[in-house]
Design a protein around this ligand. Structure first.
Ligand SMILES: *Cc1c(COP(=O)(O)O)cnc(C)c1O
Length: 494
């Protein structure tokens, strides 16, 4: 059944009796909780396109301003029309967290307190909270307690930050100070990357002057896992500084690289091993899934997201580096009016590529305190069980093919019968995805995987509960039934 597209009543909020410049903070609170409370009754797809939203917001810069509450009312009236319901229980579109209310509330305080979290002298609270939260993160992720954690905007910057430390460290071993002298004339670094690495890794390599294309590709298997013997063979042919970039949680399949074998090959060559674990590293919070990551704790650096499985709002990722000194050297900012480089207490901006920065650790601290170790474990366990259940239900339907081994929270699916060629399968799969988007009960994504076009179901939003597995499976099966009943769908004989 198609749900109503109307946004429902949104009373404009006024506090005309006692006008006060802080009223706007309460207005935001009322608007936010009204939106989140009503979301489950709304269709799980955006109502307006980007072009439409440009129209909605189009107006010249006002000559004179207005009061904050009416500006906020206006933002809500217009803005809510073009929101994608990413915090909805039926949202499986991309690998994103669900901006849990606690994380959002802590994020509001981050802004309201107006702290510049660059130094512990500028904001003792911000720096102390980051320091405590970093210990908790290392603990829940079972990573070395001595590692440094930089609170960054997301895993892309997490990869960048950790790889900057890697670049400096491997060149230092070769007698070159890249952090101060740059890369011109430096000994070349060989960067090994699996064929199914996340695209953001290549961006990070580009920012670092290591080149998006100047990488040595390592073959991967049918699940997207790096093949360790191929890595070992390629490494045997080369000397010199080397960085190996591995992955915990392939963006389509959820698969994990074989870390123990990779580390053995890499460490005999004295290479730096970095792990892009944006969402997959959270598997370490659950004893049943931790074995998928065995050996990963021996790597040199890791990038992880808070705004995925930990459910903080966006603007939350971590660059984790075992050797604090390498991270400091890569990220420190030195000036007479700033604290001295080399200080032992936490200086947040020496761990990230920022000077003025928000107190980004607060939502992480609040989420970890709210969930506790058991809560994080349960979250991971619940989502993985939901993914398995969806795969099991839809995988038994005729013409539905679950393409990956569902080891984590990711299910990729293609639709069609053996008689269909890949072009026809792509058309059928795309038709199922658009039908689901039109119906608006769940939101799923699409992607290319090998020779197939697949539907992607990413189970990672904190609002998603076990019952949503049944709903999602019913919706997918009935969308496929409708698509395959169309005369245009090529039917297998009989
Ligand atoms: C999401 C993701 C990234 C990028 O993280 P952002 O937080 O979007 O910058 C990198 N690698 C993997 C495997 C991811 O899933």
């Amino acid at each position: 059944m198609r749900k109503s597209l109307s946004p429902g009543p949104r009373p404009a909020i006024t506090w005309a009796e006692t006008p006060d410049r802080y009223d706007v903070l309460q207005a935001a609170q009322v608007h936010a909780s009204t939106y989140r409370r009503g979301l489950e009754d709304m269709p799980c797809s955006p109502r307006r396109s980007y072009r439409e939203m440009l129209e909605v917001f189009s107006e010249p810069l006002p000559e004179r301003g207005s009061d904050g509450v009416s500006v906020l009312n206006d933002l809500v009236a217009r803005g809510e029309q073009g929101l994608t319901p990413m915090t909805h229980s039926g949202f499986f579109g991309w690998v994103l967290g669900g901006s849990s209310p606690v994380g959002v509330a802590a994020d509001w305080l981050t802004s309201a307190w107006g702290q510049n979290a660059a130094f512990h002298t500028s904001s003792p609270t911000a720096a102390a909270v980051e320091e405590i939260a970093s210990g908790w993160l290392l603990n829940v992720l079972h990573l070395p307690a001595e590692a440094a954690v930089g609170f960054v905007t997301g895993a892309t910057v997490g990869n960048f930050t950790a790889l900057a430390a890697a670049r400096g460290a491997v060149l230092r071993r070769a007698g070159w100070d890249a952090d101060n002298d740059g890369l011109f004339g430096a000994p070349p670094i060989t960067v090994y990357v699996g064929d199914d690495a996340h695209t953001s890794v290549f961006s990070a390599l580009g920012y670092l002057g290591l080149g998006r294309n100047r990488v040595t590709r390592v073959k991967s298997d049918d699940q997207g896992r790096m093949i360790a013997t191929d890595l070992a063979m390629q490494m045997a042919d080369r000397d010199g500084p080397a960085i190996v970039i591995t992955q915990a949680g392939q963006i389509n399949t959820g698969a994990f690289d074989p870390f123990a074998d990779i580390l053995e090959a890499a460490q005999t060559r004295n290479a730096w091993v970095h792990v892009d674990g944006a969402f997959g590293l959270w598997a370490r919070a659950h004893p049943d899934y931790r074995p998928l990551t065995n050996g990963v704790e021996h790597a040199d650096s890791w990038a992880v997201d808070g705004h995925k499985w930990l459910q903080t709002p966006f603007d939350s990722g971590y660059a984790i580096v075992r050797d604090r000194d390498s991270l400091h050297r890569a990220m420190s900012i030195d000036a007479s009016y700033l604290p001295a480089v080399g200080e032992r207490d936490r200086i947040p901006s020496f761990l990230v590529p920022e000077l003025s920065r928000r107190a980004r650790g607060l939502p992480t601290w609040a989420m970890l305190k709210t969930l506790g170790r058991k809560g994080v474990e349960d979250l991971v366990g619940r989502h993985c069980a939901i993914a398995r259940r969806i795969a099991e239900r839809i995988g038994s339907a005729d013409g539905v093919h679950v393409v990956n081994d569902v080891v984590l929270n990711q299910v990729i699916v293609s639709f069609g019968h053996p008689e269909h060629n890949s072009r026809q399968r792509k058309a059928l799969t795309e038709a199922v995805i658009s039908r689901l988007r039109e119906e608006g009960s769940i939101f799923v994504g699409g992607a290319r995987w090998r020779d197939d076009w697949v539907m992607r179901v990413s189970v990672i939003c904190d609002a998603t509960q076990p019952a949503d597995a049944e709903l999602a499976a019913d919706q997918i099966i009935s969308a496929w039934a409708a698509v395959s009943a169309r005369p245009s769908a090529v039917r297998p004989p009989g």
